[in-house]
Design a protein around this ligand. Structure first.
Ligand code: G16
Length: 544
């Protein structure tokens, strides 16, 4: 085929006819496009076009397209672009996505596409390569067909990743683009992913006693498939998992009464867990979300009927566990590398106090893309949202220091080895429930800790997270890493006045980027104060 120097306008316009635009205005937000699945067909067609242009703009590197609505209910869906290093889409392209998705006519769409080509000086003769994957939602296959139509219309080499977790797609993109280079991340296949994580886990837990059984709530999502794949490469006695909520095909089951968001928001066990024989006192339990990019842990200290017997080990706790262990390893190793941690406004105040005693702590708005970029500023950057999204990034400098280390004592040598092992276990592209789960198990095995010892690192301030339905959530605008409202006018002063009534009180309000709600967070020294504060702030928001 001769090189193409212009957009294939006719082919795009012809294919567009099968994907009429819905009336809804849609924005590329916190986690790409996300809304009711029924509204997404034309968006997916157009993201097929954008994915191809993005690949061309990156000199033909592979980019990824993931169809998922992650923690949202099953009728929702979404789509997001994964950039060439396996990270979230470059922020400069987010408004591009929004404009292209909302172009009202074929003519406008072509104009917007041409505008992108001109603005980013894209050489259209560069071949595009795009890998795509999807989660278990019933709406996903037809949305994938729309993406494929878009890629066919503009012309792109398509790689079908199949049913995958979101972090697996991030892995694939990075693995494709580094294959055959000194930075090769792993074999660019689903099996390559299991081997990379599984082998790293086996090596990092060598000579350690078998860990306790971990009961995993797979949210009835694709995480179940991912763990079954991992179990094929790691023997059960080295990774004793008990998988629950694995009904990937049961209609309506996804994230329903289970999953990381349900457990974190309600601060209780998945529905029906009290009937499960595997759920016992002091057993370590965890929940994935629908596309397995986040994880929270928990355990019981008595009968599940009593809420005080439920103990959550959320993203803040994972960050604390990682910071505690990694800072010790860095010290023992004698390496000159700087650790840091990134949190959001949702971080429990006690976790921040704990972390600040060990490492510098920075805050960003909600959204893994923000935390990820901030964490890249450190040699070893730990980032976790309280909801269980996160990972640990080892910079090139840190990896070089680990490789070049000349430890002078056996303890320093062991610390360097363990740092290298953890860097391999941890997914370097994005928060990954499977990889985070393995990291936690490696650390607990090294520490010889169970959930109780982990929980003892600090005591959470009582807290509450509520969702509030409002007529227009866009009127809520925030500043200071989403810790303060600038609009509606005067509301922040009212929140401040409420907060001042309670010892160690804190509360903030922000519009969700993934659901049509406003979120209210509150914490205080006493549980009854939190309940009162959350109620009062919620009432305030409802009046807006
Ligand atoms: C997505 C984002 C997360 C964010 C979460 C909730 O998670 O990737 O960074 O914390 O949404 O965001 P919001 O409060 O704005 O709705 P997921 O698991 O749904 O992809």
């Amino acid at each position: 085929m001769p090189p193409v120097h212009a957009l294939p306008v006719e082919a795009i316009v012809r294919a567009l006819a099968a994907h009429p635009k819905s009336a809804a205005h849609i924005v590329y937000g916190t986690a790409g496009f996300r809304t009711k699945a029924a509204l997404l067909d034309s968006t997916c067609f157009r993201i097929g076009l954008i994915g191809a242009l993005r690949s061309k703009a990156l000199d033909g590197k592979v980019v990824g397209l993931m169809v998922t609505a992650s923690h949202n209910p099953e009728p929702d869906n979404g789509v997001k672009i994964v950039d060439a290093r396996g990270e979230m889409l470059d922020a400069a392209w987010e408004p591009v996505c929004t404009r292209i998705a909302n172009a009202a006519t074929a003519e406008e769409l072509v104009q917007e596409l041409q505008h992108v080509v001109d603005a980013f000086q894209i050489d259209l003769s560069v071949p595009a390569r795009v890998v795509y994957a999807w989660d278990t939602r019933p709406s996903s296959p037809s949305l994938v067909r729309a993406i494929v139509d878009g890629m066919d219309a503009i012309g792109a080499e398509k790689m079908d990743g199949g049913l995958l977790t979101t972090p697996q797609l991030h892995y694939l993109v990075f693995a494709y683009n580094t294959a055959g280079t000194p930075d090769a991340y792993g074999e660019p296949t689903e099996e390559g992913y299991y081997h990379k994580l599984g082998d790293a886990y086996l090596s990092a837990t060598q000579n350690k006693p078998a860990p306790v059984t971990l009961v995993v709530d797979c949210a009835n999502g694709v995480g179940a498939k991912s763990l079954q794949g991992l179990e094929k490469v790691v023997p059960h006695d080295r990774l004793p998992l008990q998988l629950l909520r694995t009904e990937m095909k049961a209609p309506g089951a996804l994230n329903n009464g289970c999953g990381a968001d349900f457990v974190k928001t309600n601060q209780k066990l998945p529905a029906g867990y009290d009937q499960e024989s595997h759920v016992q006192q002091n057993t370590l339990l965890c929940s994935f979300d629908g596309d397995a990019d986040r994880i929270v842990f928990y355990y019981l200290t008595g009968p599940p009927e009593k809420s005080e017997n439920f103990h959550l080990l959320d993203g803040d706790r994972i960050a604390a566990l990682a910071a505690d262990y990694l800072s010790e390893l860095v010290e023992q190793s004698g390496l000159d590398v700087q650790l840091g941690c990134v949190q959001t406004a949702y971080a429990n105040g006690s976790s921040t106090l704990y972390l600040e005693k060990r490492v510098p702590v920075a805050f960003t708005p909600t959204g893994v893309k923000h935390l990820h970029h901030e964490a890249e500023k450190y040699d070893i950057g730990i980032y976790f949202e309280a909801n269980g999204h996160g990972t640990v990034l080892f910079s090139k400098r840190a990896m070089q220091a680990i490789r070049d280390a000349k430890p002078s004592t056996p303890a320093a040598h062991a610390a360097v080895q363990q740092l290298a092992g953890l860097a391999a276990v941890i997914n370097q592209t994005v928060g990954d429930a499977v990889s985070d789960m393995l990291m936690v198990l490696v650390i607990l095995a090294a520490r010889q800790w169970g959930p109780v010892e982990w929980d003892a690192l600090y005591t959470d301030l009582p807290n509450r997270l509520c969702k509030v339905q409002v007529s227009d959530r866009t009127q809520f605008k925030t500043t200071d890493a989403e810790r303060r409202l600038t609009s509606p006018a005067g509301m922040q002063a009212q929140i401040d006045a409420l907060v001042a009534q309670y010892p160690l009180g804190r509360s903030f309000v922000r519009p969700s980027g993934t659901e049509d709600v406003v979120r209210v967070y509150a914490e205080a020294a006493k549980a009854e104060d939190v309940a009162a504060l959350a109620k009062q702030v919620t009432a305030l928001v409802e009046t807006a």
